[in-house]
Design a protein around this ligand. Structure first.
Ligand code: HEM
Ligand SMILES: *[C@@H]1O[C@H](CO)[C@@H](O)[C@H](O)[C@H]1NC(C)=O
Ligand SMILES: *[C@@H]1O[C@H](CO)[C@@H](O)[C@H](O)[C@H]1NC(C)=O
Length: 355
């Protein structure tokens, strides 16, 4: 069992790493297509602070705490012709012009705000908790909007704003990190560890007559399954509700995880019912072979779907990565088929070894 204990340490280390990955509720977001707008968000024990930058000719910039315009805590800033900056706290009840609230005092605008060179810069802060809006470590969703239309009567925060020219979502905690970890861990579990354990069960029996069974089941139980669960939790935490275009990957992923649990149970059933004097291979054992092969194959197909999703949500992944992945997977299957072809009855019957 020493062996097994060692195997459980790795997932525990990953949980610790995960904890550190989740710490930061800060980040910088830029959109060069939206009048070069950049939003920096930082928090400390009391306040959440924003630093907004955009081209000097911007009309106004809005940032909202929340994941949709309606209901979000909106903060709108704009430069005035005399060089001053106005900040306006608003709330939208519809997708029309949001109205100023009676909570203007929540926000304090830094005196350094204004036009600096060819840039409009505004820095403002708010307590983490204000009426109707609380920022916590789990606050990740922000929205932004930018307009190139100057604000009339701009000294007043009750001004009418022209509709935004650009708008979008800012997701913090940069889930790029979370999703990268999700992808790497899923790859390790499905493309490295699970196939290795399968190879051990199928081709390792002569070289490892005593330990192949223990290795197979403990690798699957203490490595594959915990890693898949950790990677799933990472994806769940980092999931972006606003970009639901790639649902196939998620739906497929959930089905595969359920199927993995079933596979584990079939393995246990096989083990409990194992008859060392068996003359034929019972259906539940064959089910374990085929269900296992299908689940792993489905997971290996789901990985490129995840890579595509990553490409469209974060930064475009190089084609070489996809090619390297397909080449690696092709090698795994080739090794399986070639070994089967060379030793078709490697599994042997009747098997004398207890498993
Ligand atoms: C949950 C993750 C698991 C996966 C993905 C998995 C996958 C597989 C696959 C694909 C095979 C067939 C290998 C071949 O082509 O011959 C296999 C064989 C086997 N597995 Fe698993 N397995 C898992 C868990 C378990 C567990 C928990 C046990 C037992 C407690 C177990 C016991 C066995 C045994 C004894 C064999 C050999 C069956 C025989 O041919 O008599 N497996 N496994
Ligand atoms: C997340 O990180 C990537 C790469 O570091 C960066 O390009 C992107 O703007 C970041 N997004 C946010 C919201 O911080
Ligand atoms: C939070 O902001 C308020 C008002 O600007 C300021 O007085 C206070 O010192 C800030 N707290 C921290 C921890 O920076």
């Amino acid at each position: 069992m020493k062996n097994t204990r060692l195997l459980t340490i790795k997932p525990l280390c990953l949980i610790v790493i995960l904890f550190f990955l989740l710490q930061d509720v800060s980040g910088r977001f830029c959109n060069p297509d939206a009048l070069n707008v950049c939003v920096d968000i930082t928090t400390d024990s009391e306040n959440i602070s924003f630093s907004v930058e955009a081209s000097a000719d911007v009309g106004w910039v809005g940032v909202g705490i929340g994941d949709s315009m309606v209901g979000a805590y909106l903060m709108i800033v704009w430069p005035n012709s005399d060089g001053s900056v106005t900040i306006s706290q608003r709330k939208a009840t519809t997708h029309d012009l949001p109205n100023p609230t009676n909570q203007q005092a929540d926000l304090s605008l830094s005196s350094s705000s204004g036009i600096q060179g060819n840039k409009f810069v505004a820095t403002f802060t708010r307590p983490l908790h204000v009426q109707g809006s609380t920022v916590s470590a789990s606050t990740k969703n922000f929205i932004y909007a930018v307009s190139d239309q100057k604000v009339p009567e701009s000294r007043y925060d009750t001004s009418t704003l022209q509709q935004h020219l650009y708008r979008g979502y800012i997701t913090l905690g940069n889930n790029t990190k979370l999703m990268t970890a999700h992808g790497i861990i899923m790859f390790l579990a499905w493309a490295v560890i699970a196939p290795t354990a399968v190879f051990i069960a199928r081709f390792g029996r002569q070289k490892l007559p005593k330990s192949w069974f223990h290795l197979h089941w403990s690798m699957q139980t203490f490595l594959t399954i915990p890693l898949v669960i950790i990677a799933f939790v990472l994806a769940y935490i980092g999931r972006n509700k606003k970009f639901d275009s790639g649902v196939a990957h998620q739906l497929f992923g959930v089905i595969i995880i359920i199927a993995l649990g079933i596979q584990w149970s079939i393995g246990i059933i096989h083990h409990k019912l194992f008859d060392p004097k068996r003359k034929y291979i019972p259906w539940w054992t064959k089910l374990h072979w085929w269900w296992g092969r299908i689940v792993i194959t489905a997971a290996l197909v789901n990985i490129p779907l995840g890579l595509h999703r990553y490409s469209s949500l974060f930064s475009k992944l190089p084609l070489g990565l996809f090619i390297a992945y397909y080449v690696y997977i092709a090698m795994v299957y080739l090794a399986f088929f070639v070994s089967t072809w060379r030793k078709p009855n490697y599994r042997g019957l009747p098997t004398a070894d207890r498993h």
